[in-house]
Every structure is written in C-alpha cells, then in structure tokens.
Design a protein around this ligand. Structure first.
Ligand code: KIV
Length: 271
C-alpha cells in the first residue's frame, strides 16, 4: 500500500522521498485534457507531456517537428485537468540545444504559459550550460539519457543504447553530471537493465525507466502504447494493458451500423 497515496499534490520533493522510501514512481504521458483527467484521477504520480505527441497525436515519424507553441497547447490542456500529479513538459527539439539563453526563454514560456511544474530535456554534458541556466530561474529539470529520440538522425536507429563499455561509462558520467547540476530526476530510455540498476544505485535522485528494467525508481510509458491505441509500435519493453484500437473501432462500427439502419437515434434520443 502506498504511503504517498494521500499526498494532495505530488512535487519533485515527493518523488525524491519516494526514492528514499523505496516506493516506485508511476508516470505516463498525456497530451490532452480528457485523458489527463482520467490518468490523474487513477492516481498516477507524474504525467509527462512528451514530445512523443509529435508521433501519437500528429502522426510524424520522429519527435523533431513538434514546435514549442504546440507543446504549450498540449501542456496547458493537461495542466487544466490535473489536480494531484506532477506535470513535466518536454522542451521540443530546437528549443534548447546549443544556446542556453534560448533554452531559458523556452523553459520560461513553458512554465508561464502552461502552469506545468517542471521541464524535461534530452542529453548530458552537451547541454550542461542550458541546464545550469534554466536551473538558475528556479525551473525544475528532469534529464533524459540513453535513447534520446531528438537525436535519432545522429544514431540512425531506435536500438538499445549504451550496450558497450564506452557508451555505458559516458551514460553514468552524464547521469552524475545531471544530478550534480541539480536535476530532480532522470529518464533512462532503452538501456541494458544492468546499467540502469548501476545508475539508480549511484544516483540520489530518482531514475524513471522506459525499457530500462525493473531496478529503477519508477516507470514511464506512452499512454497510446500501453492502452493499445497504437498497434504498429511493439518494442520488447512495452506491456499493453488494453486493446483500445479494437474497442474504439468496434464502437465506431456499431455506430455506423446503427446510423445506416436508422436505429440511432431512437425515440428516447430525440426532442
Ligand atoms: O516524449 C516522450 O513520451 C518521452 C518518454 C518516452 C520518456 O520522452
């Protein structure tokens, strides 16, 4: 039984305490008001307004095309629905890399225009200056290491990351840099479970895994994937909790049949 269940509002400090007290952190993505409301009511600890919205909401092949304005639209919809969970928002590609002043102004727009509680950015030492600058404004940052989808064109594939010694060493170093800089948590995506365990043991801040095994401090999945709305994406780490694609399709087919048969609306469904 969760000792944190009755927390009125999950903050970054609550997540830190969850790590100290060995309670796993549950996190899912959401991009719109109605879904975020259900996820929050169900008792999720944290919601990520991920740039995966580019894939599952807009149908792009990568996360690169989504803009800061589009992220703000999604995030403000989510924030309006959420009463308890911590809401973290991805800074999209091109809004923080290479120029720390630009990074700070992007992060400030997210916080000011959406009411979210924290931002997430991908990368380690390469984006350290941006991290430092954003943190000086008092904006909490979640890091993201391992498979970083915004760098897909550098790596060429979505395969498992850091599965050789050199890359694994860099990932551990980057994780320590993020912690020392002041990030409140770090996402570890698609890396060997053994490496994720090592990082989780070495860090005092929580690690949130996706395809990183069970010895991390929390788990995150993309909600469209875990509900089975998406069908074509089937990595080993994904557990589908529902087949909403089939359910929704079935409901739509029933509706079409009822309309064609003039069975809908019936006499009670009209004025
Ligand atoms: O954008 C996203 O959904 C993410 C998660 C997969 C961690 O970054």
């Amino acid at each position: 039984m969760s000792v944190f269940k009755n927390v009125r509002r999950v903050t970054t400090h609550v997540l830190q305490n969850m790590k100290f007290q060995n309670e796993k952190i549950s996190m899912l993505t959401a991009y719109d008001f109605s879904t975020a409301k259900i996820v929050d009511e169900a008792g999720i600890d944290a919601i990520l307004v991920g740039d995966s919205a580019a894939n599952v909401m807009a149908g792009h092949e990568s996360t690169l095309p989504i803009t800061l304005d589009q992220m703000i639209y999604h995030a403000s919809s989510v924030v309006r629905a959420v009463e308890r969970a911590l809401v973290v928002v991805d800074l999209p590609f091109g809004s923080y890399q290479g120029n720390s002043k630009h990074a700070l102004s992007s992060a400030i727009r997210i916080m000011k225009e959406t009411g979210a509680h924290a931002i997430k950015i991908e990368g380690g030492i390469e984006i350290k200056e941006s991290i430092d600058r954003i943190l000086t404004a008092g904006i909490p940052i979640m890091g993201h290491l391992g498979l970083t989808p915004q760098s897909i064109h550098k790596f060429g594939t979505y395969s498992v990351r850091a599965n050789n010694e050199q890359e694994a060493e860099k990932l551990v170093e980057d994780a320590l840099i993020l912690e020392q800089a002041g990030c409140f948590a770090v996402v570890l995506e698609k890396i060997p479970a053994k490496l994720a365990t090592k990082v989780t043991t070495e860090l005092k801040i929580p690690t949130i895994g996706i395809g990183a095994g069970s010895h991390v401090d929390g788990q995150i999945l993309v909600i469209h994937d875990m509900l089975g709305i998406t069908q074509e994406f089937s990595p080993r780490f994904l557990r589908r909790y529902h087949n909403l694609h089939e359910e929704i399709k079935g409901a739509v087919q029933s509706y079409i049949t009822d309309v064609k048969k003039v069975d809908f609306p019936n006499s009670k469904e009209q004025y």
